[in-house]
Design a protein around this ligand. Structure first.
Ligand code: NAP
Ligand code: GLV
Length: 306
């Protein structure tokens, strides 16, 4: 069995060594133009030339949860596209989002400013019930995040494409229930895949439906957010602020207004990182399963785009 590795921005050596240990019967090499056809590919944002040349692939394994970059390319017809299914990302995402929610709810940024000025001051405790958290996307990551938030007794709402049930979460589904979901939320967490249906989903019209003093946490993709609408709604006072981990252009340009906006917190696409050892173990297991003709979890529905 032949495996080809084509991950831009990732040094291949540790991955190749890991796969060679996990799948000793396979040959795995880093891809170079003109390389012979392989059976399986491990990829992150590969060039179109790679896919054009590798027409015999049975499986394309994306070393991340989001496949939006891959879905924009022309893929070999017969290849199953498989995303990372948790692989240690769900726990990271839950800690990141809970931290962002709690930091805003408990006004920890304000305390930090006070303390830096030597002020021993108290703020009035906020009413938790007035801060419902809406989680858009109840998949592998959104489900974990929503459940983690219930552990802090926040009212939690969730929204997905098809109906879902999550313990202690008020679940909404589909376009018909979107407005009720938004108007019931004060925090809005985005954990949707980026697809033609979800592109620009956070824009003036939708963000205006959040309760006054809304707070946006985008940990999915920059393309979900219309940046200028967010800034305008914060500056107009309808939204209290935002924690943004993902951007339309990454890295975020040095002159971008988000860096210095006093109510926007920026992190460099780091809320849930691909963990190498976990990912190698998961992908190697799935390649072995696929080679035996078994079904594997995390296969992307190309029509839906996730
Ligand atoms: P997932 O398991 O595929 O879950 C996606 C969820 O979104 C599902 O609940 C799905 O509904 C829902 N959804 C999709 N399209 C929808 C629509 N049009 N309307 C309403 N709901 C819709 O994905 P995941 O593993 O949780 O990951 C989510 C995203 O997080 C990834 O695609 C990626 O972009 C992002 N991510 C970011 C980082 C980071 O470091 N910032 C790390 C990892 C992932 P159904 O349940 O009905 O299918
Ligand atoms: C990271 O953004 C991922 O999609 O895994």
């Amino acid at each position: 069995m032949k495996i080809t590795f084509c991950c831009t921005q990732t040094p291949p050596e540790p991955w190749l060594a890991g796969f060679r240990t996990a799948l000793p019967q396979a040959t795995i090499e880093a891809w170079a133009p003109g390389a012979p056809p392989a059976d399986y590919a491990v990829v992150w944002a590969p060039p179109q030339q790679f896919l054009d040349e590798q027409q015999e692939l049975k499986g394309i394994f994306n070393i991340g949860a989001g496949v939006d970059a891959l879905m924009k390319l022309t893929l070999p017809e017969g290849a199953a596209v498989v995303r990372i299914d948790d692989g240690g990302m769900a726990a990271q995402m839950a800690e990141f989002v809970c931290h962002a929610v709690i930091r805003h709810f408990r006004e920890l940024d304000g305390y930090e400013v006070d303390v830096a000025q030597g002020k021993w001051s108290f703020r009035k405790p906020r009413l938790r019930s007035a801060y419902p958290v809406g989680v858009m996307g109840l998949g592998v990551l959104g489900d974990r995040v929503a459940r983690a938030l219930t552990g802090f007794d926040f009212p939690v709402l969730g929204w997905s494409r098809s109906p879902r049930q999550v313990d202690r979460v008020r679940c909404f589904a589909g376009q018909d229930q979107f407005n009720d979901f938004l108007s019931g939320s004060r925090f809005l967490v985005c954990l949707l895949p980026l697809t033609p249906e979800t592109e620009g989903i956070m824009r003036r019209e939708t963000l205006s439906m959040l309760k006054p003093g809304g707070y946006v946490i985008n940990v999915a993709r920059g393309g979900h957010l219309v940046e200028e609408d967010l800034v305008a709604l914060i500056d107009e006072g309808h939204l209290a602020g935002a924690a943004l981990d993902v951007f339309r252009t990454e890295p975020l340009a040095a002159e971008h207004a988000f860096w210095t906006h006093p109510k926007i917190t920026v992190t460099p696409h780091t809320s849930a990182r691909t963990l190498r050892d976990e990912s190698i173990a998961q992908i190697a297991g799935k390649i072995a399963g696929m080679a035996r003709g078994e079904p594997v979890a995390g296969v992307v529905d190309r029509k839906r785009g996730y």
